[in-house]
Design a protein around this ligand. Structure first.
Ligand code: ZN
Length: 241
């Protein structure tokens, strides 16, 4: 395998990282490294999903648009996963849009190549099954979270998750985007971020977030952060025989 220092380490993506070396080497020629910018679209509601995407340090959002209402995030995909699960699960399209929320690197794979690759007897198939389960936990936890937890708790949870995914204490995020992620008005985001900032937990200037005190941010977040983290950690454990 070429060891080029400038090449992104695709195996930072948890799913790619968990593949046996031999299987990754077979998959690698089919992967295309694609840097994404904020708001780059990956797939659109009602259109064919052409690729699945493995984020390396980019963060992707799956967005539902309700008629007459603002769009709201229903799921987030970072280095722990893959966007385009409907393509794995056997459908060709989704009722949701998916786009890049935090710029970074991804590796994409044509859905036809994914299907062909899955017919070979490898680890990816099981891995994607377990990832589907983890995603279902994320989705159901989000339902409870949106209903029961305060905006401040949810904001802290979301910032923690984003820090993990980006792999840095600093990242760029507009208030508009954060409002969409949390399903609240922009003014509410401003107030909430203000509370966390005054407590010395984060700094937020000109759309740039700095996590100043990660432990305090964890303290401020609802339990949903740990519940979903535990589920993604389970991905790394082989299923019991
Ligand atoms: Zn919650």
């Amino acid at each position: 395998m070429p060891n080029d220092n400038t090449a992104p380490d695709l195996r930072r993506n948890l799913l790619l990282g968990l593949l046996p070396d031999e299987e990754f080497r077979r998959l690698e020629p089919l992967l295309e490294v694609v840097p994404l910018d904020v708001r780059d679209g990956l797939y659109e509601a009602g259109k064919t999903i052409e690729h699945v995407w493995f984020p390396v340090d980019a963060v992707l959002s799956v967005i539902a648009t309700v008629e007459g209402e603002a769009a709201i995030e229903v799921a987030t995909v970072g280095f722990e996963g893959m966007s385009g699960l409907p393509a794995f699960l056997g459908t060709t399209e989704s009722p949701h849009d998916c786009y890049c929320q935090i710029a970074g690197t991804t590796a994409r794979l044509a859905t036809g190549d994914l299907r062909r690759f899955l017919t070979s007897d490898g680890a990816l198939h099981d891995l994607l099954h377990r990832y589907t389960q983890a995603t279902m936990v994320q989705l159901s936890q989000n339902v409870a979270c949106n209903r029961l937890h305060t905006t401040e708790e949810r904001c802290a949870r979301w910032l923690l998750q984003t820090r993990d995914r980006v792999g840095s204490d600093e990242f760029t995020l507009t208030q508009e985007f954060l409002a969409q992620m949390l399903g609240v008005r922009r003014g509410t985001v401003s107030l909430t971020a203000g509370v966390l900032q005054q407590a010395g937990v984060i700094r937020y200037t000109r759309g740039r977030i700095t996590v100043v005190d990660g432990a305090a941010l964890h303290e401020a977040a609802c339990e949903c952060y740990d519940v979903v983290q535990a589920e993604y950690r389970r991905l790394t454990a082989a299923p019991e025989a």
